[in-house]
Design a protein around this ligand. Structure first.
Ligand code: MRU
Length: 362
């Protein structure tokens, strides 16, 4: 997608052919900064501290983290240490494990001397797979938006949560790919963007992306969605996923479940857009089985932003000493989901629906 008219991806190899460049998302929407990673430990820090975030992008960054490790030492031991380090960064998005296991199986099958080159090839293939999957998700989602827009006079209201745009992937995004394609096809939209406390990925990242692309949007507080649904402003919801179980339960940014409940109560279609790398075929019951990330309470008790002089400031929101709990994700049961939009098409959120599109991930 474009930033100030220049085509960008969220992550790319530098001209030296080995070091990694990425958009440092901690500074958006106010500053566009590019960070360079030159070793595996930096890649782990970039994921853990959320310079990059979003399930697919976490996986791609980790794959390149393995490449950086292989430059220094391509032994079995170094490979398994690198994977362990990267795997421990964030627990919920399954794309991380998927990408790392793909790197492991590719590299272990090769002699040590061939591993560095093969690692870069595999990581690039994972990145390209993400771009084409997201583009196809966009095409399948566009068909759904077109059919809803046909029945609607005026802009179609679409609610989205967190950031499942191109910043969460390599390009296009998951939930936002259909929105970009619909906008480009001339469909009139109004995207309602949940701010998504505590890290505000909606207000900071989704709003920035949509603005760069010229898509009309309105940022709302996380609690406003239900009211807007009751008053006819929302025609559909599209969100992303950090992990989807084999029966179609979806784990996504905290607050997604409440939006799905409100959509269900108001008869509004609730879609989840996800690539194959987000499906965890080993799990069935999302509520019982998906590990949920808990982050620092400081992300709840404090907020960062620019002051009137344009300087970054952090402010305290609550009485000193207050307890704060920062749960990163929740699970939306399959029964509340209208459909899963994947790179292979749209299916029912159920074991049968997913089986129709995939043969256990094949
Ligand atoms: O904590 P984050 O910012 O990495 O979480 C990302 C999300 O939950 C996104 O909303 C998304 O749906 C998954 S990535 C396409």
């Amino acid at each position: 997608m474009k930033v100030k008219g220049i085509a960008r991806r969220s992550i790319w190899l530098r001209e030296d052919g080995w070091s990694l460049a990425l958009i440092d998302q901690r500074h958006l929407p106010h500053e566009f900064r590019i960070a360079t990673l030159t070793d595996c430990a930096q890649a782990a820090t970039a994921i853990r501290d959320m310079w990059v975030r979003g399930a697919p992008l976490i996986g791609v960054t980790a794959a390149y983290g393995v490449c950086l490790a292989m430059r220094v030492d391509a032994s079995d031991r170094a490979l398994s240490d690198a994977i362990e380090l990267l795997l421990a960064t964030r627990p919920t998005a399954v794309n991380l494990r998927w990408a790392l296991e793909s790197m492991r199986s590719t590299l272990l099958a090769l002699p040590v001397g061939e591993r560095e080159r093969a690692a870069y090839q595999r990581a690039a293939a994972i990145a390209e797979d993400d771009v084409s999957s997201c583009s196809r998700i966009g095409d399948h989602g566009l068909a759904i938006i077109e059919s809803l827009a046909d029945k609607k006079k005026g802009p179609l209201g679409i609610l989205t949560h967190c950031n499942a745009g191109w910043l969460a992937t390599v390009d296009w995004g998951t939930a936002l790919a259909p929105i970009y394609k619909a906008h480009d096809a001339g469909i009139e939209l109004m995207v309602y963007v949940d701010e998504t406390r505590p890290r505000n990925q909606g207000a900071s990242l989704t709003a920035w992306e949509l603005q760069e692309h010229g898509v009309p949007f309105t940022v709302i507080v996380d609690n406003a969605g239900g009211h807007l649904m009751q008053h006819g402003k929302i025609d559909m919801c599209i969100v992303g996923s950090d992990r989807t179980t084999s029966r179609g339960d979806v784990c996504n940014k905290i607050g997604t479940y409440l939006k799905a409940l409100a959509a269900h109560d108001n008869g509004i279609p609730f879609y989840v857009a996800l690539p194959h790398s987000t499906i965890d075929w080993t799990l069935v019951d999302g509520i019982a089985e998906i590990p949920i990330e808990e982050r620092s309470p400081r992300e709840v008790s404090h907020m960062r932003g620019l002051d009137q002089e344009g300087q970054w400031q952090e402010i305290a929101l609550m009485p000193e000493g207050s307890l704060a709990l920062n749960i990163g994700f929740d699970v939306t049961p399959a029964r509340l989901i209208t459909g899963l939009i994947t790179e292979r098409g749209t299916c029912q959120a159920s074991a049968e629906g997913l089986a129709r599109l995939y043969d256990k991930g094949a």
